[in-house]
Design a protein around this ligand. Structure first.
Ligand code: ADP
Ligand code: MG
Length: 273
């Protein structure tokens, strides 16, 4: 057991070895302070991270530490207090079609059909009807919902809604997809199926994904790298490069060893003071 632990730990590189120049997303010294009339909350401090094109990076950390804050700043929905975010060398100020965000609560239009939800972004952008439909149908197929293209979203299960949420973002061909605990409300079995589905989509689309999750298991199953955050104000505690190719086997003893190690780190952050 001790040997196994040391072997797996040797394989993990803890350094962020991607430079800003070779990165698609270059985040430097990001800081966020929320100010209200009588209080200040420092949500994020000294957050520096470079992400390559096509990489799947997950962010894990204690509840309330600042994970959603990071995603919203990258999405351009929230202004950083200081620091910079470059996407393909350009400053990410304000939302843009290069980034798409999948929200935890799906944020769909319940009375619209699956197809019309997926078409929404293209509708707003003024795409011709036929192109909208062709593109939407391609992504509806990709998430395995072709039989439900005409169903209204409120008739679907949680897992199916989540797939609509993913198709609705990917159909716009964002350079970067931000996912905020997207499978958090799903039961364990549906969640595992969705993880496999996401990896399949990733193979076909070469998306860069930043994925926030509470589940260490999910992070280990999906990611190229795992960013472990401290409690608030969030800073990077450790970056773990997951050393295995995909598909991964959750029952593998090495998987359990790494899972345990990350859980211990997170528990240390959750200790009440
Ligand atoms: P996480 O997603 O990791 O659970 P968040 O990024 O949502 O955490 O929040 C980090 C901290 O910032 C929390 O303490 C939260 O209460 C605070 N916070 C988030 N949004 C706001 C806001 N709009 N105004 C004030 N404080 C906020
Ligand atoms: Mg959150």
């Amino acid at each position: 057991m001790i040997n196994e632990t040391s072997n797996i730990n040797e394989e993990i590189s803890s350094v962020d070895n991607c430079s800003c120049e070779e990165a698609q997303i270059c985040i430097k010294n990001l800081r966020k302070v929320y100010k209200t009339d009588d209080s200040e909350t420092v949500a994020l401090e000294d957050f520096t991270l470079n992400i390559r094109k096509g990489e799947l990076v997950t962010i894990v950390g204690p509840s309330g530490c600042g994970k959603t804050t990071i995603l919203r700043m990258i999405a351009g929905l929230l202004e950083p207090t200081s620091g910079t975010i470059l996407i393909d060398g350009k400053e990410a100020s304000g939302p843009g079609s290069d980034r798409g965000m999948v929200f935890q609560d799906f944020a769909l239009f319940p009375w619209r059909s699956v197809r019309r939800n997926v078409e929404f972004g293209m509708e707003v952008a003024g795409f011709p009807k036929e192109e909208r439909r062709n593109r939407a149908d391609k992504y509806i197929k990709l998430v395995g919902l072709e039989k439900f293209a005409n169903s209204r979203v409120h008739e679907l299960s949680g897992g199916m809604k989540q797939r609509v949420g993913i198709a609705r973002v990917l159909v716009n061909h964002p350079e970067v997809t931000l996912m905020d605990e997207p499978f958090g409300s799903l039961d364990a079995q549906t969640r595992n199926i969705m993880q496999v589905q996401l990896l399949k989509i990733l193979e076909k689309t070469d998306q860069t994904i930043i994925f926030v999750t509470h589940s260490v298991d999910e992070a280990l199953f999906l990611s190229d790298r795992i960013i472990i955050l401290t409690k608030r104000p969030a800073t990077i505690k450790e970056i773990i490069t997951v050393p295995w190719p995909r598909p991964r086997d959750r029952a593998d003893p090495e998987f359990s060893i790494l899972r345990k190690r990350i859980l211990v780190e997170l528990e240390n952050e959750n200790v009440m003071e």
